[in-house]
Design a protein around this ligand. Structure first.
Ligand code: AHR
Length: 319
């Protein structure tokens, strides 16, 4: 009897192990770094989405360097992962490493940023329409200043990154034909609070103490939060003396909005991984080709949207 039970138990554990390993999947994720609150949230959400699905996630932080991302991707290829997620820091320079992944039949999914490369080198890209985000921010300002003259200073994201290129383009499209609005200064703040503050300080200095600046357009909220600090230190009121318009919708910008120190933000969801895993599973299990672009939503928030309530709803989400 004992022997029979032992045999059944052994058979059961073998079949259980077989079914677990059939499901087990390993995905390598090359993340840019942790330059912003939004980026931190994307990392948290990606880990959660992997765990929910029983996927083993190998995580590599590139500290804002493309060379580190390329190294990490090569490492994932050598380890024989089932798929690779990459949030590409800049738009160019990916062809060679993506060809290597393709040769090994490892599907690559881009998260939150686009690249300039042949589309057959990646399975799909999960991103927002970053030109549209800039356009929404610009449209807000056009309406808000209602024909009054407005000198804008612009804090750009990381040079060469797709959101920096596209958010600039979209904003410029929105203000085109509105001659009352002019971008008078534009410089990168690298998507960080520290640089956003530093560059805003230099804009204020260069613009006679900031009195002539009507608005700051920041390509992300972290730079906007840095700029708010610089405006306050210059003795001006952010949100009133200098309007603050940005992108991401991180909790801190809603705190600023509730205090009257920020005027608008365009939401970018940190959940790029959910749709990416869904597309990947359907591709690997059912051979279902996803579209080349899986677009996430963009939503405008202003002070009218009960910012403290939005803050409360977002603060525990890993930002
Ligand atoms: O690619 C998305 C951008 O990268 C976010 O807007 C910004 O905060 C981040 O670092």
């Amino acid at each position: 009897m004992k022997q029979a039970l032992a045999t059944i138990a052994a058979a059961f554990s073998i079949s259980l192990a077989a079914s677990v390993s059939a499901q087990a999947m390993t995905v390598g994720f090359s993340q840019i770094g942790s330059e912003s609150g939004w980026r931190a949230a994307e990392t948290t959400v990606t880990k959660q989405e992997a765990q929910k699905r029983g996927v083993t996630l190998k995580f590599a932080d590139a500290q804002q360097k493309q060379e580190n991302q390329i190294k990490a991707i090569r490492g994932f290829i050598a380890q024989g992962v089932d798929a690779i997620f990459v949030a590409p820091v800049v738009a160019t320079g990916w062809d060679a490493v993506l060809k290597e992944a393709k040769e090994e039949k490892i599907p690559v999914i881009l998260l939150d940023r686009e690249i300039e490369a042949p589309k057959d080198l990646y399975l799909t890209a999960v991103t927002s329409d970053t030109v549209h985000e800039g356009k929404v921010a610009g449209d807000f300002l056009v309406k808000d200043v209602a024909g009054k003259d407005c000198k804008v200073v612009e804090l750009q994201g990381t040079t060469g990154s797709s959101p920096a290129i596209n958010r600039k383009k979209g904003f410029e499209e929105a203000i085109k034909g509105h001659d009352n609005i002019k971008i008078v200064r534009s410089q990168t703040g690298d998507f960080t609070r520290t640089k956003g503050k530093e560059v805003m300080e230099s804009f204020i200095k260069a613009e006679g103490g900031g009195k002539g600046i009507c608005a700051v357009y920041a390509h992300n909220d972290d730079m906007a939060v840095g700029a708010i600090q610089a405006i306050k230190e210059a003795g001006l009121k952010p949100g009133t003396d200098i309007k603050v318009v940005s992108i991401d919708a991180v909790p801190d910008i809603f705190k600023a909005m509730a205090a009257g120190e920020a005027n608008a933000t365009v939401e970018l969801t940190p959940n790029m991984a959910g749709p990416a895993f869904d597309a990947l599973m359907a591709y690997l299990k059912e051979k279902k080709e996803p579209p080349k672009w899986i677009q996430t939503e963009s939503k405008l928030y202003t002070a009218k949207d009960d910012p403290m309530k939005v803050y409360e709803s977002k603060k525990g989400l890993g930002y």
